[in-house]
Design a protein around this ligand. Structure first.
Ligand code: WTA
Length: 646
């Protein structure tokens, strides 16, 4: 922790969209009179039929409900495209930067994006997709990913975007879970000079998950890939002869917009369901305020479209606001460690929004990679996905931003739809590592394990006591799990599963997950998912997975594995297990460490004591706490002795 404070500069205080006073005044109003506040804020969206109801929500089990603007109708694709055509049809909507800088970049104006979207929307309809149908999207970071999402939104289909780094197995499970019978993919993706066999992955996924009747494939790298007769068609062929106009479907505010799978502490990944109206208002509003967004800004969110950050802050928020977006196919370190800064200079990026893990990876390569670039166009920086450590924050602020750009350290979750806690540029003094202050309409509490509300400076579990428009509306296909997962820990509130400290100035500092979710490079991994993969191996009898600290990734995956009798754990088995996890989930879930253990520490009732496993993984064995309730306390010494030197 540092005690540094960076006050708002005079320049920012004078010119900010929202200054300190306006923030306070607006925040107050959003809490005291939510109806009036949101009625006004929702005017940023074009409604087909204006809503009369604003907020109808309750977190109490007896009358649990979350409805926003619920008698209004709109189309989000039209809000992202059609309404911009008159004033900014020729303005770039997407500057697309390829993985390899030697390849050709592309620019799509708002008119281009509109026409591509309409054509593809018509193609979806021609392929039998109707309002409410689920469409799986498994695409690399190409403009067509945004086109496919917006096309779904246009015709009222519900998209489920699967990150292109997920394995065929993970893809297949997600296709099955939401019962989608169409998949949109590409021949291959490109990242850091490597290719990802997306179409081959889809083929493999569909070998085991057979319902899918249509695969639309974008030719991106031009690789020679087999096409299955009757099932697979080319994107180009699908849109050929489709008109560049497509009447947007009138959607109710509470009609589903998308499903996005994310990991929880138990069971399989859950399909987080977001609806249309509230999400539109929330992403548009937060994109504008958090980044002090102005017309003419060149805005770059370096996340992947496969995560919520890509949904809310590459697609819906920025396009609703008519922003010029940079979309980057590649990675920060290819072809070298200056790539990000080259892109910033090339497009004169004013806002850069990225993750601490990328910053740490670049920071450790040294400042020489910054030197050939000026980054003088930058005005605002953003951080997302995990707590940003003060060292990375200072580097981002002083080196990348030349000490000129406020950092919006945005805390939020797939479930929240958009930013929940963040300093607003020009309104808040910055404290490195603190997500700072709540967004409008966000009512926070910190509670101890017993549920007592803590006051003043304190630390505990972070809960949210009232609904906000961007909140998820359910877990696809599992209403009970929604309530149980989020609203049962502390009655009448949404529990975030994050730990949090509030300081004397009322600034919030997120300390990390309190559940069994590991945050690897800003990606959520459930320990249960990794464990399920490990125990599939015939030589494994039991597995327990915990987080370990990792210098660049933030956290790494540490696995304890016990083998069946007669089998010794060795490097061969270790390799097989890593391969198995990559097969079941994907490379993002690759274990950092696999420790073979004679047994796992369990209570007498058979419960694995994860607290102890975490301590050993952290190499912090001085304070293991009470081990007297263990069935076999000796196990702990064996585990400590057997810890690999990492
Ligand atoms: C963590 C990503 C600290 C947190 C948008 C949360 C953060 C989880 C921050 C959600 C931040 C995200 N500071 N921690 N600025 N942003 N987190 O669903 O633990 O992929 O619960 O959403 O990431 O991850 P998710």
């Amino acid at each position: 922790m540092t005690n540094k404070v960076y006050p708002v500069s005079d320049k920012w205080a004078e010119n900010a969209l929202l200054d300190a006073g306006t923030y306070e005044e607006k925040y107050r109003r959003s809490i005291d009179d939510p109806d009036a506040f949101w009625r006004e804020e929702a005017q940023r969206i074009d409604w087909i039929k204006p809503f009369t109801e604003v907020k109808d929500t309750s977190f109490d089990q007896a009358d649990f409900r979350i409805n926003w603007f619920s008698d209004g109708t709109l189309n989000l694709s039209a809000n992202c495209l059609d309404r911009h055509l008159a004033a900014r049809g020729d303005q770039p909507a997407i500057y697309w930067e390829p993985d390899n800088p030697a390849d050709e970049a592309r620019t799509l104006t708002y008119r281009d994006l509109y026409e591509e979207t309409c054509r593809f929307a018509n193609a979806l309809k021609a392929n039998g997709v109707k309002k409410g149908d689920r469409v799986t999207i498994y695409l690399p970071m190409v403009p067509e990913a945004a086109v496919a999402m917006l096309a779904c939104a246009r015709i009222g289909a519900v998209h489920s975007v699967i990150f292109a780094g997920f394995s065929p197995e993970a893809l297949g499970n997600r296709i099955e879970d939401c019962d989608s019978d169409i998949v949109i993919t590409a021949d291959e993706g490109k990242r850091g000079g490597k290719t990802i066999p997306l179409k081959a992955n889809v083929d493999e996924a569909l070998d085991h998950h057979a319902h899918v009747s249509r695969v639309i494939m974008l030719r991106h790298t031009g690789a020679d890939v087999p096409m299955k007769q009757g099932r697979d068609i080319d994107w180009a062929e699908a849109v050929n002869n489709q008109p560049a106009e497509c009447e947007p479907e009138e959607m109710n505010a509470e009609d589903p917009l998308f499903i996005l799978y994310t990991s929880g502490s138990t069971g399989k990944p859950k399909g987080v369901l977001h609806t249309t109206g509230g999400y539109a208002v929330w992403t548009s509003m937060t994109h504008q305020y958090s980044f002090d967004y102005r017309a003419g800004d060149v805005y770059w969110c370096a996340a992947d479209i496969g995560w919520i950050t890509g949904h809310s802050y590459i697609v819906y928020g920025p396009f609703a606001n008519g922003a010029t977006n940079v979309m980057f196919e590649g990675v920060p370190n290819y072809p070298d460690f200056s790539r990000f800064w080259q892109i910033v200079d090339k497009y004169k990026v004013s806002t850069l929004y990225t993750a601490p893990t990328a910053l740490r990876a670049l920071m450790r390569e040294g400042d020489q990679w910054l030197e050939s670039t000026s980054r003088a166009s930058l005005r605002v920086l953003g951080s997302v996905g995990e707590p940003i450590n003060p060292e990375a924050w200072e580097w981002y602020y002083h080196k990348v931003g030349n000490g000129q750009c406020p950092i919006a350290d945005t805390w939020w979750q797939t479930e929240t739809g958009g930013h929940m806690i963040t300093p607003l540029p020009g309104a808040h003094a910055l404290k490195p590592g603190s997500a700072s202050k709540p967004m409008f309409g966000v009512k926070l509490q910190i509670r101890d394990a017993e549920g007592t509300v803590l006051e003043g400076a304190c630390e505990g579990g972070l809960v949210i006591t009232d609904s906000w428009p961007g909140q998820m509306r359910g877990i696809y296909g599992d209403a009970d799990r929604f309530f149980d997962t989020y609203f049962s820990a502390f009655k009448g509130t949404y529990f975030t599963s994050d730990g949090c400290r509030r300081d004397e100035d009322g600034y919030y500092w997120i300390t990390g997950r309190m559940d069994d979710v590991i945050n690897v490079s800003g990606h959520r991994m459930g320990t249960a998912e990794v464990e399920s993969a490990l125990v599939l191996h015939e030589h494994v009898s039991e597995a327990a997975v915990v987080a370990m600290p990792h210098e660049v990734k933030g956290q790494g995956i540490y696995c304890y594995v016990t083998t069946i009798a007669g089998v010794e754990g060795d490097d061969t088995l270790r390799k097989e297990l890593i391969k198995l996890v990559r097969h079941e989930i994907g490379p993002i879930a690759s274990p950092e460490v696999i420790q073979f253990a004679p047994a796992l520490p369990k209570t007498r009732s058979g419960k694995i004591m994860r607290r102890i496993l975490r301590k050993i993984a952290e190499n912090d064995t001085s304070s293991l706490g009470d081990t007297s309730t263990l069935a076999d306390p000796e196990v702990v010494d064996q585990l400590i002795a057997g810890r690999p030197d990492v």
